[in-house]
Design a protein around this ligand. Structure first.
Ligand code: SF4
Length: 239
């Protein structure tokens, strides 16, 4: 990765993460299934969960792709990134999420097609509970692939005194879902098998995408989480 005189980190080519080493986080799977922290399923349910968590984990093929681009300009609502094909403009609560960024990493992460396929088969067999567990594992694996991107960014940013922000995804917290088309346009030449429907939904379904800012560590820390300033008190996504 290159650091420019402006302080921005950037890299011309996207990087692919083909292997995610993190073991499954069962607590996170239970959270996706709606269990509050510290509450466990009863013994009867536990054996069903164990079986389908194991099966879905075996089928999951988490992967991710990301590219780090310098910020040309930004204000409260807009962000301009320099790409090899020109400048791309994103809209959203940029000031809140990416305000301290000098560079921004765009990423796509996925659990792969296997878990989604299995969940679909289970749904057609009317085994809704098993399908829910498999879908929860899919969400956890996509999140693990996203975490692998953040880990790599942190490793690359630390030597120059930078740190990553929280991820900011199209469809959340004031960024329109249609911003996905701009994000996906950054991976026109190379992707990891994730596509967008005309409604801007990702396929495989258990995929996440977004922007992660990179800026001076002390500024990122001082900036804190946008959730601390958000008025949506009951938001389940609060971080
Ligand atoms: S509290 Fe919820 S809506 Fe508000 S910034 Fe955080 S995640 Fe977004």
């Amino acid at each position: 990765m290159t650091q420019h005189s402006s302080g921005a980190l950037s890299e011309r080519q996207p990087r692919i993460i083909d292997q995610v080493d993190a073991a499954i986080d069962r607590g996170e799977v239970l959270r996706y299934l709606g269990y509050p922290i510290g509450v466990s399923p009863n013994a009867q349910l536990q054996s069903i969960l164990d079986r389908w968590i194991e099966e879905a984990y075996r089928l999951a093929t988490p992967r991710a792709i990301y590219v780090v681009l310098p910020v040309v300009e930004k204000d409260r609502r807009r962000l301009w990134l320099q790409t090899s094909g020109g400048v791309v403009e994103f809209h959203g609560a940029i000031g809140e999420f990416l305000g301290a960024s000098r560079s921004v990493a765009a990423f796509i992460a996925t659990a792969g097609p296997g878990v989604v396929r299995l969940a679909g088969e289970l749904t057609s067999l009317r085994d809704d509970l098993a399908a829910m567990v498999v879908n929860a594992v899919g969400a956890e694996r996509a999140e693990a692939a996203e975490a692998a991107v953040i880990d790599q960014l942190r490793e690359q940013a630390e030597p120059v005194g930078f740190a990553p922000t929280l991820p900011y995804s199209p469809g959340y917290c004031g960024m329109e879902l249609t911003e996905q088309t701009k994000l996906f346009s950054l991976f026109d030449r190379e992707n990891i098998g994730v596509t967008l429907t005309p409604e801007c939904l990702m396929r495989p379904l258990k995929s996440v995408s977004g922007l992660i800012g990179l800026g001076p560590a002390e500024e990122i820390e001082e900036f804190g989480s946008p959730c601390d300033r958000c008025e949506l008190r009951n938001c389940a996504m609060r971080r």
